[in-house]
Design a protein around this ligand. Structure first.
Ligand code: FES
Length: 157
């Protein structure tokens, strides 16, 4: 008998935590990729913290697991290897630099486009890493590449 009801309710199942690997391994490799309920994600281990997000960049589907992590405005970001978009690890915001065209002497400032990359929850239990997919109801730009025809991993059913 299914006590937690997850067999009857696909939504409950879709948002259940999935074990993606061992803490020891990601601490060495600093990143890992996984498929969580048919969604491709990347998990970064950076300065003692775990961050999970959709693996395909919101801009044009670039492979974020191949990008470098750099800090901009004091915020750790993954830099997409395709067109160098900067995405904050903690929140999935797209960062860009802007300058006031009416004030040429002004210094460029870092600004946020808002949350563009969907962030997923990473937890550790007994040395295992778990990812729980984001349930946030807003439409995130990275959803486009994580679902439907654009996702790389196709469902087997
Ligand atoms: Fe990532 Fe263009 S695909 S910056």
């Amino acid at each position: 008998m299914d006590l937690d009801g997850s067999e009857q309710d696909p939504e409950v199942k879709e948002y259940s935590p999935v074990c993606v690997g061992r803490e020891d391994d990601i601490k060495k490799s600093k990143r890992m990729t996984a498929v969580v309920h048919d969604r491709e994600v990347v998990i970064f281990y950076h300065k003692g913290e775990y961050h999970g997000m959709d693996i395909r960049c919101y801009h044009s589907g670039g492979p974020l697991h191949l990008g470098e992590i750099e800090e901009f405005d004091g915020r750790p970001c993954i830099v997409c290897p395709w067109h160098k978009y900067k995405i904050t690890l903690a929140t999935g915001e797209g960062l860009y630099q802007s300058i006031n065209p009416r004030d040429p002497s002004a210094k460029p400032e870092w600004c946020s486009k808002g949350v563009k990359q969907r962030i997923h929850t990473v937890t550790v239990n007994n040395g295992n890493i778990y990812v729980t997919l984001s349930k946030e109801p807003f439409k995130c730009d990275s959803d486009f590449y994580a679902t439907g025809d654009f996702k790389v991993i196709q469902s087997s059913f």
